[in-house]
Design a protein around this ligand. Structure first.
Ligand code: PLP
Length: 398
């Protein structure tokens, strides 16, 4: 037998990837499965971005790039942060990586020593706590429920802080809940951080453009803490570029330099062609982004109305991203037609997959066992059918 490292043995398998796999297995058996488990826009990458990639190959952008990214792409990111977010950064503060996921992992690896505490509000994106584990840090969770629209208060934040707290990490708009912190809410959190100058704030803003309230608010806008905020963003969700693998961070130059050093040892610069495509995305304006956002907004409305109509399901109205995170705990303790008891969210998603033929993800892997997550990055037709199947499957539970 192969002896693997404790690190890898202690790591959980990504729940979203696992559910997608189970869905595909059922599909391979001839079952018509509607997969709502993955967090991926269903739109193709806009044409002008694809064309830039083709041109990049013809122009021989086929060599190693500088580790933190091509200077013109980093400059375009500086311009974007200024124009769209009114945030001032220098190019030395920007590091481009192989997806926002790598940017997040880079920051955690660069800041966390064994035993350092990382505060994570739940529900949170599945990979956060696993990245903290890899760095031998300790995740400290603050449980937010549907009653507070899955957001934490300044008082809850302050109560979770200890002398070991090194980092706070969160996403707004949030995966899995779609919740967004308002400017006032962010300011009240920032006021807490003002009192604790040794805590860093990792702000995952990958869903920035899938925002139904209008303006994106970043916690980096508060000057008193900006130097300790690491903004992570990327191209996957806004520009339908999940497979291209381009993300970035904007941070204090010393943190940026540390992630550059780390990346230089493990991956080098991200794909040269993908970087040229990302540059075209930022130079091409927001037209395609807004079209996709509008499509998500329409789908959100369709799904919200259908979901509200299912007895026993509680839902919030997500303000961003493309997920619903309904509370289905009223079904716990009920039995399926074959007599199995639904005990938790993991049982529920298997039941919905096997009986309803809809793939979703259990809330347990996002730190909330009362809920399930499903994506509405799917066609309207599939969404309507999926919600019908979920409603019928739930009605069969006794
Ligand atoms: N952060 C959140 C909250 C996400 O949901 C995702 C992707 O699902 C990422 C980061 C990673 O994005 P990327 O594709 O840029 O690595």
């Amino acid at each position: 037998t192969i002896v693997l490292s404790d690190k890898i043995n202690n790591l959980s398998e990504s729940a979203t990837i696992k559910m997608a796999k189970l869905g595909r297995e059922l599909t391979a058996k001839g079952v018509n499965v509607i997969s709502l488990s993955f967090g991926e826009p269903d739109f193709p990458t806009p044409n002008h971005i694809k064309e830039a990639a083709k041109k990049a190959m013809d122009d021989n952008y086929t060599y190693y790039s500088p580790v933190p990214g091509y200077p013109d792409l980093r400059k375009a990111i500086v311009n974007k942060l200024k124009e769209e977010n009114n945030l001032d950064y220098d190019i030395s503060q920007i590091v481009v990586s192989t997806g926002a996921k790598q940017s997040l992992a880079n920051v955690i690896m660069c800041l966390i020593n064994p035993g350092d505490e990382v505060i994570i509000p739940t529900p949170y994106w599945v990979s956060y706590s696993e990245m903290v584990k890899l760095a031998d840090g300790e995740s400290v969770f603050i449980d937010a429920t549907i009653e507070s629209d899955f957001k934490i208060s300044a008082a809850e934040l302050e109560a979770a802080i200890t002398p070991k707290t090194k980092l706070f990490m969160f996403s707004s708009p949030c995966n899995p809940t779609g919740s967004m912190y308002s400017k006032d809410e962010l300011e009240s959190l920032a006021k807490v951080f003002e009192k604790y100058p040794n805590i860093y704030i990792l702000s995952d803003e990958i869903y920035e453009h899938i925002n139904f309230t209008g303006k994106h608010e970043s916690i980096a806008q508060f000057d008193s803490i900006k130097d300790r905020v690491i903004v992570v963003n990327g191209f996957s969700k806004a520009y339908a570029m999940t497979g291209w693998r381009v993300g970035y961070l904007a941070a204090n130059a010393a943190i940026a330099a540390a992630t550059d050093k780390l990346q230089g040892q493990i991956t080098s610069g991200t794909c040269s062609i993908a970087q040229r495509a990302a540059l075209a995305a930022y130079e091409g304006g927001l037209e395609s982004v807004l079209l996709m956002r509008d499509a998500f907004l329409k789908r959100r409305g369709i799904v919200y109305n259908l979901l509200k109509d299912i007895p026993g399901v509680k839902t919030n109205l997500p303000e961003g991203a493309f997920y619903f995170f309904p509370d289905i705990s009223s079904f716990f303790g009920k039995k399926t037609e074959t007599g199995e008891v639904i005990k938790d969210s993991a049982d529920m998603v298997l039941y919905l997959l096997n009986t309803g033929h809809v793939a979703t993800v259990g809330g347990d892997s996002f730190g909330n066992n009362d809920c399930i997550r499903f994506s509405y990055a799917a066609s309207e037709e599939n969404l309507i059918e999926a919600l019908k199947r979920i409603k019928n499957a739930l009605a069969k539970l006794q």
